[in-house]
Design a protein around this ligand. Structure first.
Ligand code: MN
Length: 210
């Protein structure tokens, strides 16, 4: 049986310090993300999932195949596992200019659907800040219409559960920002743009459109 594990980060907790403090990074990764990993493994055990796909996205895309007794838990912990995995991947200490535009096909697509990178950022920021309660803001690929869009999901719901592929995700749970930013969500979102790993997002997008 596949046991999910906490992914390693490709940077140290203090490398995003200017924008996201190391204590938040450490607690977020070691405690919160670990809890989603443990919850997911336990939930799969409880429904007697002797074997299941290695990629959690395959489970989330087809939640109704999960016995009803375990579905909510797997939605929550599986979403939490995968959302955070992508969250770490889409940040980097090597992008210290928030205004750097991503380039490549992803920028072309952003221009088509949001007019400009500046405008995209503005809409994404506002959408994030407007989330009530805990949730996530995403740039996602809508496979039905083959277009990119900004969406939000509540709690730990993943875009995969509605057959949308997350390209970039921003954690808007208070645990992601409260130590440094308290109620100043705008400052958190604004800082986060400075650590977005556009190379990763662009590669992911290119692979999907391969
Ligand atoms: Mn989180």
């Amino acid at each position: 049986m596949v046991r999910y594990e906490l992914p390693r980060l490709s940077y140290d907790y203090d490398e995003l310090e200017l924008f996201i403090d190391s204590e938040t990074m450490k607690i977020h990764h070691q405690k919160h993300h670990q809890a989603y990993v443990d919850g997911l493994n336990k939930s799969l055990e409880q429904i007697g999932a002797g074997s299941h796909p290695k990629y959690i996205s395959a489970i989330l895309s087809d939640l109704k195949s999960i016995p009803e007794s375990g579905r909510n838990a797997i939605n929550f912990f599986g979403g939490g596992f995968e959302n955070h995995r992508l969250f770490w991947e889409t940040m980097t200490p090597n992008n210290d200019d928030a205004n750097v535009s991503p380039g490549g096909k992803i920028e072309d697509s952003i221009d088509v659907y949001f007019d400009s990178f500046e405008n995209f950022k503005k809409i994404f920021s506002k959408t994030s800040i407007d989330i009530r309660g805990s949730g996530w803001c995403w740039l996602a690929l809508n496979q039905t219409y083959n277009k990119i869009e900004i969406i939000t999901t509540p709690n730990q719901d993943s875009p995969w559960i509605s057959q949308k592929i997350p390209l970039l995700g921003l954690d808007m749970w208070e645990h992601a920002y409260y130590l440094r930013y308290q109620n100043k969500k705008f400052d958190y979102v604004n800082a986060w743009w400075s650590v977005v790993n556009w190379d990763y997002v662009e590669n992911r997008f290119d692979e999907l459109f391969g």
